[in-house]
Design a binder for this molecule. Structure first.
Ligand code: C5P
Length: 220
């Protein structure tokens, strides 16, 4: 029998991008595939956790043995995450859009001859990790991600406090790494006590190791 150290523990995982509508046919998105977040949800379930995965629009299948809530925009992701509380553990992997279009058009924005190109005014989205990190029902263990192209470690350290997270998994998503949308990942686990650099491995292997890491920290 495989050990199930997370049996009886509730986990929330966010994964994938968000789509922020411009009008009924257009949206703003990003390159997140959901591979890393989905793999983490599956790995936590494999260790016995009761997992709710809140996923933005992705083209990969729902992981087996996990409750999946499909959402489109950040506001819906926040609502689904808050609805899944209380939990022992939250792993926020989703690449949530920082901004959405301030005034979403109810009708398709039409191009008319002679018109200037439209200007899209943006407004800030809610920060889901930060909301959960400062919530009255804050999970005991919160792991966030930091996808950065520069100043990775400095940004991750700042994020720990700003977001109320226990750990930030930092990765370099510069285009030349092939990480965003790819199958492999190279991560650094940043906590208030220091940094642990993991070798490059498949996203499934990162997920398994992160699930074991979480189980250790939630052990009585
Ligand atoms: O600030 P930044 O977007 O780099 O933070 C990344 C971390 O915060 C990730 O864990 C991501 O899932 C989470 N996040 C969030 N809601 C947002 C923005 C980021 O949960 N609106």
């Amino acid at each position: 029998d495989t050990p199930r150290p997370l049996a009886g523990k509730r986990a929330i995982v966010t994964s994938g991008p968000t789509h922020e509508p411009i009008d009924p046919v257009r949206y703003i998105a990003n390159r997140s595939s959901g591979r890393q977040g989905h793999a983490i949800a599956a790995a936590l379930a494999a260790l016995g956790a009761d997992v709710t995965l809140v996923s933005g629009p992705v083209s990969i299948p729902d992981p087996a043995g996990v409750k999946v809530i499909h959402v489109e925009r950040a506001a819906e992701m926040l609502e689904a995450v808050l609805g899944a509380l209380p939990a022992d553990l939250a792993v926020m992997v989703a690449a949530v859009a920082d901004w959405r279009v301030a005034a979403e058009s109810a009708r398709k924005i039409k191009k008319k001859p002679g018109d200037k190109a439209p200007t899209l005014a943006m407004t800030e989205n809610p920060d889901i990790l930060k909301t959960v990190g400062h919530h009255a029902a804050r999970p005991k263990l919160i792991i966030g991600f930091a996808a950065e192209t520069h100043d990775i470690l400095a940004n991750a350290r700042t994020k720990l406090d700003a977001k109320g997270a226990d750990f930030i998994v930092a990765n370099d998503v510069s285009p030349e790494t092939g990480i965003m949308g790819g199958t492999r990942n190279s991560v650094k686990i940043v906590s208030r006590d220091g940094i642990d650099e993991w070798p490059e491995m498949d996203k499934e292997a990162v997920a398994a190791r992160l699930a074991a890491f979480a189980a250790e920290r939630l052990a009585p």
